[in-house]
Ligand binder design. Structure first.
Ligand SMILES: [Mn+2]
Length: 164
């Protein structure tokens, strides 16, 4: 059983980029880490799991769920992120806020800069922004993870290279 998960964040109402990423990758599950900035019912047609960002007025602040044997904590992260910290320190701050430590993956967003870190054995992925990047390359980014036999076996950052 091989499952492909698309992880995105900070679409900021530019849903066409996510639509494109879904069309290209045909993921089994789509996760959105917040700041969708549109009606929740609209973005819900494209995603399976989503949380509210600091610019959203609808949605859960955090979700904890299991996907194909991988335990995932999803939050936008704005309450814990400091721009004076590097990504590993921010991932640690989010980890420290989580009550349930039976975790394999933390997904967060907010910084619009893609990064991957480990807090102990827990993988922390920020996919960056799929529409409003703030990384040095100005690339619109998202992440794809592959789960096989209850484990994350591959993780990549992808770039939006075609514009609808
Ligand atoms: Mn935000």
């Amino acid at each position: 059983m091989v499952k492909k998960i698309l992880i995105c964040s900070d679409t900021h109402a530019n849903n066409n980029y996510l639509k494109e990423a879904i069309a290209i990758n045909k993921p089994d599950v789509v996760i959105h880490a917040g700041d969708f900035c549109c009606n929740l019912s609209v973005i819900n047609e494209m995603v399976d799991y989503i949380v509210a960002g600091n610019n959203d007025t609808q949605g859960e602040e955090q979700l904890y769920f299991s996907l194909f044997g991988v335990n995932i904590f999803l939050t936008h992260g704005d309450r814990f992120i400091s721009y004076f910290c590097n990504s590993k320190e921010n991932a640690q701050r989010i980890y420290d806020s989580i009550i349930t430590k039976d975790l394999n993956l933390i997904v967060y967003g907010h910084t619009h800069i893609e990064c991957v870190d480990y807090v102990g054995d827990v993988l922390a992925i920020n996919p960056g922004s799929i529409s409003v990047p703030r990384n040095r390359s100005s690339r619109k980014s998202y992440a794809i993870i592959t789960i096989k036999n209850n484990k994350i076996v591959e993780k990549t950052f992808e770039e939006i290279i075609r514009y609808l």
